[in-house]
Design a protein around this ligand. Structure first.
Ligand SMILES: NC(=O)c1ccc[n+]([C@@H]2O[C@H](COP(=O)([O-])OP(=O)(O)OC[C@H]3O[C@@H](n4cnc5c(N)ncnc54)[C@H](OP(=O)(O)O)[C@@H]3O)[C@@H](O)[C@H]2O)c1
Length: 342
């Protein structure tokens, strides 16, 4: 797999790996099989690994970020640190529980917490430096540029190499980038989540910031392999478009499946190829981070970098979003995602 340069000179593999679900969130897994999937990602050339301090099951009776996903990724880094570009995030202090408990979320972006969060992630990851460190969600009580000023101190201290932001508006991105170069924005972007194209993606193009689309497979929905029972049992059933609008959104899925069949690719490859094409036409380097608990699916997803979409396929895929009903927000708070504040 080739490398790609995001903003601020950060080089990564063209495809990344979203490690969120290697600890329990979309169905079960165990640490040993999760570790073998992480190793298989590196073996397949997918060396850009995405985690966050809040991923994983919280320890009962404790508050704050769980940290167990970072601890699992640490087992990979212990053997293969030199092979990995490690990205993690901080800022969400509440729980994202394994049982879909997304009710108790808070955020912090004050200087004291920034320092604490950085040291805690370094300790859990067992590494001396974080390659890409994102603010996961902005703190409504602290301007993003102030939080980035504190994050920049971690770069100066040699604890972090590059800075990123998740679910920021174009205005927040511009303010932050004026304080310290931002290597990447990580927000939801996929065939059925395209609100970032209005303002955030153009701002990335203008500022030379890379884009890391999260949930690039629509949390699995766009692959056509999920069942309704499966998503009802986890947090995905709480999103309007995967939960209550499951039936209505089968139309969108049929369009994706139709294109995939015609071009001889899988749905997952088609969805990822559309993101690469969208990055090219927007003038933004794009590195999607699909997650999977299956080594076989890793090689399938990695092959997406070689899938090309003809004009007809691209136009048909562009129309998918028009058929989608239900919002993408997983939290009952419109300001949790960038489009809710734009
Ligand atoms: N910044 C943020 O706020 C934020 C929010 C959400 C996610 N993220 C990041 O983005 C990453 C990816 O997002 P995501 O996990 O929500 O969604 P996703 O990557 O769009 O979809 C993951 C789902 O797709 C399935 N899948 C993967 N490859 C497949 C294939 N080739 N064929 C069929 N099914 C396939 C997986 O199932 P199996 O596991 O069964 O294969 C899983 O259920 C996360 O791991 C996390 O790092 C960030």
């Amino acid at each position: 797999m080739q490398t790609i340069t995001l903003g601020d000179g950060l080089e990564t593999s063209e495809l990344g790996f979203g490690a969120m679900a290697v600890t329990h969130v979309y169905g079960g897994t165990d640490d040993d099989s999760a570790l073998s999937v992480l190793n298989a990602a590196i073996d397949a050339g997918i060396t850009f690994i995405d985690t966050a301090d809040v991923y994983g099951a919280p320890t009962p009776g404790t508050d704050g970020p769980a940290g167990t996903n970072e601890q699992l990724v640490a087992r990979l880094l212990a053997d293969r640190r030199e092979d990995v570009t490690i990205a993690t995030k901080f800022g969400i202090t509440g729980r994202i529980g394994p049982d879909g408990d997304v009710g108790v979320k808070r955020t912090r972006g004050d200087a004291e917490y920034v320092r604490h969060a950085c040291d805690a992630s370094l300790r859990r990851l067992g590494t001396e430096v974080i390659d890409l460190w994102y603010l996961h969600r902005r703190d409504p009580d602290v301007p993003v540029d102030e939080t980035v000023e504190s994050m920049a101190e971690m770069v100066t201290a040699g604890k972090v190499r590059h800075l990123g932001l998740s679910e920021v508006t174009a205005t927040e991105l511009r303010a932050a980038h004026a304080v310290h170069p931002i290597a990447a924005v990580q927000s939801e972007w996929s065939l059925w989540s395209r609100d970032v194209e209005n303002q955030v993606v153009p701002a990335c193009a203008e500022l030379g910031v890379g884009f890391v689309p999260y949930s690039p497979l629509g949390r699995g929905f766009l692959t056509g392999t999920l069942t309704r029972d499966q998503v009802s049992a986890d947090v995905r059933g709480q999103t309007a478009r995967i939960g209550e609008q499951w039936d209505a959104n089968q139309r969108a899925l049929e369009v994706v499946s139709g294109v995939a069949r015609r071009i001889g690719a899988t749905n997952a490859q088609t969805a990822l190829a559309w993101l690469y094409a969208s990055g090219r036409r927007s003038g933004v380097p794009v590195v999607p981070i699909p997650g999977t608990r299956s080594a076989a699916r890793l090689s399938e997803n990695a092959a997406a970098v070689d899938v090309t979409l003809d004009d007809d396929a691209l136009a048909t895929l562009d129309s998918v979003v028009e058929t989608v009903t239900g919002g993408r927000n997983i939290v009952d708070d419109p300001t949790w995602i960038s489009s809710g504040r734009e």
